[in-house]
Design a protein around this ligand. Sequence first.
Ligand code: ADP
Length: 519
Amino acid sequence: MIHTAKQILKESFGFSSFREGQDEIIQRILHKKNTLGIMPTGGGKSLCYQIPAMIFPGVSIIISPLISLMKDQVDALHAAGVPATYINSSLTTNEYKERVDNIRAGEYKMVFIAPERLESPAFASTLRTLDISLIAFDEAHCISHWGHDFRPSYRSVVNNLFNISRQAVVVALTATATEEVAEDIRGLLNISEDNTVLTTFARKNLSFHVLKGENKKDFTLDYLTKHKKDSGIIYTSTRKDADQLYEYLQKKNLSVEKYHAGLSEKERQRAQEAFILDDISVMIATNAFGMGIDKSNVRYVIHYNMPRNIEAYYQEAGRAGRDGEESDCYLLFSPQDVQIHKFLIEESQLDEAQRTKEYSRLKQMVDYCHTESCLHSHFLHYFSDQTNYSDCEKCSNCSDQREKVAITTEAQMVFSCIKRMRESFGTTLVAQVLKGSNNKRVKELQFHKLSTYGLMKKQREKDIVDLIQYLTAEGFLALSDGKFPVVRLTTKAYDVLTGQEQVYKKMKTVEEETTTEEN
Ligand code: ADP
């Protein structure tokens, strides 16, 4: 008896209805149409290839860069009574031989394969003997040059696969694809635009927050202390930061683990397991952690540093709330993060076109950190998602009740001071001069003789630094590259100095200021 997709959904997986996009993708595959499915993390992409694989005769091949997840997927399929296996570098020679024999004997409906495997001519010739009905490309954005996690080996196996099997239907699945990436995937895998199924990117249970000028350590400690029972992930941009934060939080008796590429395979596995099994609450990690981690009850994701682009951020932050419960995503922004990314782009092996692209993505990430409109809509706009979701009413911008106040005069003070300092020094020294600091360096450089010296003496030095950072973020000032960035005026700042443009900032009202201080 031939089962329908709906029957399999119910009988093998125990679900009564399809989620958005699933049925549309499955029906296209069943009608032998090559298909691209773009669904958010947790949207249910796996069933989109698993159900057709169970209906089609012969075997289906699933190409996935997520080696760590293959075993779990195969175990879950066994639990649903589906014969499946995986081939990756974790197998011993004997295991490998046995599985290849079984594959040849047609014992499996699904075989999960790491892309690298297809580079082996011996394995390719095994595949050539099979009756392959469906080839699924999981995490398909990794195929694209324009994807945020491009894996050259993944792209290069595509041709091998087409040579191996010309009759198989192809499905590509990803959670992150800009129009550019989608087009690249479609071109490479011979998928028509009509057969692209895009469900909304909106993750309504997530509240996004960008915090600027915050003491990151204090914020994190405070947040974790208030959410001790919750499971969360903190992403840092470097291993060193992950190590230091881990030590700091552990000393504060918080239930933390760490994960980064500098640890041994064994240490990483132990940490990951402890997190997944809820033995510990918080994972402090670099971006080495998370791809393919299926943990549904992550209540918050804190980015200690700004990630390098919006795709990477949305994917990492999107690991919160996969169970649909309300969850928080915090991004702790500091202008130094931007400098680090610029440095990494400079040092990278990218060609000129890719480098330009990376700079433009970085700029879009920075824009996200400084927009005053709804953060959730900002993502949807970025991913060209037409969903009508104008204001989420809970992100840090939507819930920011403060009034916009004109700060043109203060901005002019900052700009003139930077100009008088010949645009040759960093943010801190500029703030010290405006504060009227007695700092030795200020005196040595004769800056105490400038007319702008002490112009903002009533303000705290930290607040002046924050203001300069805000003006940098808003594009009035620019920081030079390098280890000690120098702050310079942009044309926008000159427009303010000549009175052609005003500067506004959302500020606490005097009333709010007093209440906060009294508390
Ligand atoms: P993705 O690969 O898109 O991140 P998964 O395929 O891992 O998502 O699915 C996420 C979760 O949703 C899994 O626990 C899966 O069992 C569940 N799921 C998938 N489809 C359905 C459905 N139609 N109804 C209920 N739960 C589903």
